[in-house]
Structure formats: structure tokens, C-alpha cells
Design a protein around this ligand. Sequence first.
Ligand SMILES: *Cc1c(COP(=O)(O)O)cnc(C)c1O
Length: 222
Amino acid sequence: MSITENLKSISEELASFPKVKLIAVTKTKPIEILLEAYQAGLREFGENKVQEMLPKYEALPKDIHWHLIGHLQTNKVKYIAPFVYMIHSVDSLKLLQEIDKQGKKSNKIINCLLQIYIATEESKFGLDEQELTELLENQDFKMLKNIKIKGVMGMATNTENTELISQEFGNLKNIFEKIRQQYQGENIDFQEISMGMSGDYSLAIEQGSTMVRIGSKIFGSR
Ligand SMILES: *Cc1c(COP(=O)(O)O)cnc(C)c1O
């Protein structure tokens, strides 16, 4: 199957869910492949590494929305701040403060998602529920003006156990709803739940995902 054909079948599937946006995860793929996806109509691209996103941003049309989906180090924020559309992987106040600082330099407000730890595996990044509420209640957080918290992101356990995956996604949806009701502020605008990848996006959509991050199902295995 070609990229265009893969995209067509995924888009048909997603058409029944108007709230769900497709983020095409293009990590490790060369620029020609991204161009093909662009020509097929895609504008939302996800990369997990700053050093890979930069040359792709420079080479490709400027109406692409770039989503940083992988772990982000504080010292790399400055490279992507001028153009990044959304950072899905924010997991500390320190990182948010740096994003805010660089957003101010670029005279923009940077969209962020807070990455929540929902899996039962040890290796995944993210905040637990208590760390999340501590962050949102922190006075230093409330002062940040050049970031906007648009919602949450999470990754389920890498398992065949669909019941467990659904439970983890359902948990993220519950956290999202709780936060949306309890926390308001100038820099909070809770809209998005980024959950679901090639292997589990159908389960994520069932549980209320608004952004699915799909790589291998569009571009083939890496
Ligand atoms: C690689 C990656 C994806 C996409 O994974 P696929 O299984 O190829 O769809 C989604 N989210 C994150 C954070 C990733 O690093």
C-alpha cells in the first residue's frame, strides 16, 4: 500500500469522528516522504526529536503545523520555539518556564499539552495525577503568559491486552474532565486529549481522543 492509499483508508475511518485530528508521525522518514504526505493533503506533522524536526521544518512548506511529541530537553526549546505549533510532551514546571521564556522572545503563545503517565510500564515519561495538580496550582505556573495548556497527552502500555489499554485511555479522559472542571486561568484552555498511535488509536477514539498520533500505519514500519 502507498502512503496515499494508507492515508485514504485512515481518513475514511476518522471521518466518522469529526473531533479527532490526525497527526502524521514522520520521525525517521526522509523529506521526500514528508513531501508526499504534504501533497496528499496532510498539514499536521509530529516529530519526536528537535534535531530531526529542524531540517524538515526548513525544507518543507511553511503552512505545516509541527507537533513535538517526544521528550523535550530544556536546552533545546529555543530551537523550536519560533515555529512549533504544539508541544505534546510537557512534563515539568521547569520545562514550561523555559517554553514560556522562549515564547516571549518569539512574541508568541506556545500551545502545550501536559504529558500524563497512564501506562503500567516503568519506561514512559509523564506526570502523575498529583504532580499534575501541583503544577496547575503553583503560583509560578499561573504567572506564565506565553504558554497555553491545551490539554493532555498520554501513551498506553505496549501490550496486546486491549482491556488494559482502554482502561488507561479512559483514565486519561477522566483526568482531562476533572482538570477541565476544576482549573481555569488565562494560560489554560483545555480542549485536546492526544492519545492513540498506529496500534491502539481505535481504542483511544472510543475513550475520547481528539488527536491521534499515527506513524507506521501511514508510512510503514521504521
Ligand atoms: C513514534 C510515536 C508515535 C507513532 O507511533 P506509531 O506506532 O508508528 O504510530 C506516537 N507518539 C509518540 C510519542 C511517538 O514517539
